[in-house]
Ligand binder design. Structure first.
Ligand SMILES: NC(=O)c1ccc[n+]([C@@H]2O[C@H](COP(=O)([O-])OP(=O)(O)OC[C@H]3O[C@@H](n4cnc5c(N)ncnc54)[C@H](O)[C@@H]3O)[C@@H](O)[C@H]2O)c1
Length: 425
């Protein structure tokens, strides 16, 4: 018998094949198709993208044509029962990269089928949805994980390392901004932008970074936003928003973080996706800026549209390697590779039994859905505050683990608060 016939195999599915599929999942699956995954803990494992589910099937078909033999010959399903049909192909894991408000329905079906799931950020939009997915994953003994690739950015790993080692001590406050070009809201997301906001879409990266890096208990969420470019000035589609989170730590001390996001920055802005953070500690200040990370490149007729001026070669970039090979690598792809390794370890690991291995992988808080509670709480609060603002009820505040419930919305001038989520966060 040849080696391929005896190798273990991860059979993968993909729901949604848009921008992020092309950036990160595609290079992961193409590399894994060629090289498999090897790790001493589970040996040599094949990874096959066996089936995909998308809304219309057009992008899947286009990809199949362009990829040729760089990818496994996957089956493509589209239309309303696409996910169910994809799940009939005996998958080991499936990834969900549909628009933010369509993660839950797909992830639920995947977990119900007893298949491991990896969900793009933001995992889901409410704690009620999170509870249901975590329950399903536990019942069906599979992993439910979420992608926050900024945790794998070497700069953010260094921030966390310095904090964990006590070099940077107690964070007091900070700000983060992420500004997306207009092209994202105007073209890329035109199909699903109505009623959405850039905070849920990208502030969530920084909510996770703050939550995971500094720990603590989320206490208060405040937010506001602006409209009038993507949609009408009194509508439910937001151009930009500003979120403030207050955390409390075991010492009893607090910290506040402001996260500003937009998806209406001019397309020719040199930062393209402009990202900046500053965290102030008792004994230090951390400054990070995407345009000061190192590289700015201008090419006549190509930058800043076809080629970016501020190249983020750490996230995801194509390279001619010194040894002659062409590659695409970066932390955006590494985070998916890690998840596939976690699944391979659960299914084919050589130590302990499957239950022990599953528990070990679930205990990884950087991506486990059960550890995403405070992030989802912040997103649910943000969405509720923006919704009330649209209804002409601005300036609401959400308190977390209040005597009245886990997430409680207070509106100025209204005596009775509204409980968004009853159980403790
Ligand atoms: N990690 C990151 O930095 C990052 C960057 C961009 C997007 N994202 C996340 O990825 C997700 C997708 O974003 P995108 O930029 O790829 O969007 P996109 O609009 O480019 O693509 C969405 C894809 O989902 C498919 N789709 C839509 N509804 C579907 C349904 N009901 N069932 C099956 N397929 C469906 C569409 O056919 C399309 O292929 C979002 O949750 C977004 O927040 C993450």
């Amino acid at each position: 018998m040849n080696a391929a016939a005896t190798r273990n195999c991860l059979r993968a599915g993909m729901v949604g094949m848009g921008m992020i599929f092309d950036d990160t999942y595609r290079p992961f699956f193409e590399r894994a198709h060629l090289e498999g995954l090897y790790d001493r803990r589970f040996a040599d494992v094949d990874v096959k993208l066996v089936a995909v589910a998308t809304r219309t099937g057009r992008r899947a078909e286009r990809y199949r044509q362009s990829a040729g033999d760089r990818i496994y010959p996957f089956e493509s399903f589209s239309g309303s029962a696409a996910v169910e049909r994809m799940l009939q192909t005996e998958l080991t894991f499936a990834c969900v990269a549909t628009p933010d408000n369509r993660h839950f329905e797909a992830a639920k079906k995947i977990l119900q089928a007893g298949v491991h799931v990896l969900i793009e950020k933001p995992s889901v939009l409410s704690l009620q949805e999170l509870d249901e997915l975590v329950r399903l994953a536990e019942r069906n003994k599979v992993l439910a994980k979420v992608v926050y690739h900024k945790l794998c950015d070497p700069d953010h790993k260094k921030l966390r390392t310095l904090f964990a080692d006590g070099v940077l001590q107690h964070v007091n406050s900070g700000y983060c901004t992420l500004l997306e070009p207009k092209q994202i809201s105007g073209e890329q997301f035109a199909e699903w932008i109505t009623g959405r906001n850039p905070g849920t879409y990208v502030a969530v990266h920084y909510i996770k970074l703050i939550d995971f890096t500094f720990g603590g208990r989320l206490k208060t969420v405040m937010a506001t936003g602006q409209r009038g470019i993507v949609g009408p000035a009194d509508g439910g589609t937001w151009d930009s928003c500003q979120l403030r989170l207050v955390y409390q730590y075991d010492s009893g001390r607090e910290a506040a973080f402001d996260i500003h996001t937009s998806w209406v920055t001019p397309d020719n802005f040199p930062g393209y996706v402009e990202q900046e953070v500053q965290f102030r500690f008792d004994n230090g200040v951390w400054n990070g800026h995407s345009r000061r990370r190192g590289v700015e490149c201008t090419v006549e007729g190509k930058t800043p549209t076809e080629l970016k001026i501020s190249l983020n070669n750490h996230y995801n970039a194509t390279f001619l390697e010194p040894w002659g090979e062409r590659s695409q690598r970066g932390y955006g792809i590494e985070v998916i590779d890690r998840f596939a390794r976690e699944v391979a370890y659960v299914e084919f690991g050589r130590d302990g039994d499957r239950t022990e291995r599953l528990e070990k992988m679930r205990a990884l808080h950087y991506n486990d859905l059960s550890a995403d509670r405070q992030v989802v709480a912040a997103v649910q609060a943000l969405e509720a505050i923006l919704d009330r603002q649209q209804q002409g009820r601005p300036d609401c505040v959400v308190r977390v683990n209040d005597p009245r419930g886990g997430l409680v919305l207070y509106e100025p001038g209204r005596a009775e608060p509204e409980v968004l989520y009853g159980d403790p966060v």
